[in-house]
Ligand binder design. Sequence first.
Ligand SMILES: *Cc1c(COP(=O)(O)O)cnc(C)c1O
Length: 457
Amino acid sequence: MNNSDTHALTTRWQELDSRHHLHPFTDYKNLHQKGSRIIVRAEGVYLWDSDGNRILDGMAGLWCVNIGYGRKELAEVAMEQMRQLPYYNSFFQTSHPPLIELSELLSEITQPHFNRIFFTNSGSEANDTVVRMVRRYWDLHGKPQKQIIISRVNAYHGSTIAAGTLGGMTTMHEQSVVVMPGVEHIEQPYWYGEGGDLDPDEFGIKAARALSERIEQVGSDNVAAFIAEPVQGAGGVIIPPKTYWPEIKRICAEYDILLVADEVICGFGRTGKWFGSDYFELTPDLMPVAKGLSSGYLPIGGVMVGGKLADVLVDKGGEFAHGFTYSGHPVCTAVAAENIRIMQRERIVERVEQEVAPYFRRKWSELADHDLVGEARSLGLLGALELVKDKRTREFFDPALGVGNRCRDICFDNGLVMRAVGDKMVVSPPLVINHEQIDELVEAAARCLDLTQQQLR
Ligand SMILES: *Cc1c(COP(=O)(O)O)cnc(C)c1O
């Protein structure tokens, strides 16, 4: 096809997309004026759109394509499993080999107290499962009044009613008519934006003590669990000060409340360890997982259940009244297991820790020299830039200027996917990104920051 043919096709797809599809988290009026970008193929760390433009995917899809695009082994495993057993459920005392193999593999790569998984199709469903499971646990444990789950402002735990309530995104709360009762939110450990005159370590303690203060307010006899992402992803790659997690750990133990580490982004190598909890030396009771579990090739999630809960659920008996038609779907579990085996064979997590993340950190931090950038932080292969009006005073831009979204659009037009969370620019590239591609990412980001600055003048 020549260029005008492909362009005509793009226009046609955009029209049909506008007419028949409602996108997630999208202002439809705004999108329909511009038209969607149509992505037609991908390989490694690159995407191609329907006009033939190559784009470096700095976000690994939505934080999920850890292993990179185009791994044929995963396609082959999926095809083989579809031929062998495309579907069977696990409700009625049945199971199947890929589900069993993946469950064992997960118990191998997680901390020793994690020996069981409950499967879901997504991170949101994993967090819905968490709600039901912690309440069931305390009920069986003889403390049914322990019902409240404490979460954080600006957390993201998914988009169902329960997961959206657990999350701390106010726009999501405002748009749900019913917000699930029994959820409390405390401050986030966001030093750059909210630390004021405290140094990061002092602020980390202060943000953690918000948990004990809230527990005291509502009464520890009423608190079931604390849920948090090891590093907040969708909230803008908020990396807590190093004092934060040890203090949270201490508080959870002191008041006998469960710790739920939402590993949907941090899991499967993103931090340079298998799980964010390993990085921060947490021993959570529950770990919701999804995204990198299958590197996004098929939808699958789950909750890793620690021995403390699993033993009670199993030993006390009685039906756990919860599950999904596709829990532990044969094709999804087969692909997830192959994804993990590839990560093990190719030592992808070790390479992130030893080679890729240190190089990324060095390069990414150079962006802090740019006039627009107040902070360039990273952990593993998660990075964020704070775009600010004044670096010296940490003064932010007027949100009405939409500086982050402008920068994001400029990036896309210049062959780079970098996401905007307000005026924070975030990246989370595939774990297989190499040094040259990191150079390319950082150079493109710097160029786009220049263009953003020009546009603001
Ligand atoms: C994406 C995400 C979820 C929700 O996962 P879905 O598969 O979109 O339902 C939950 N928790 C965290 C930390 C996430 O980043």
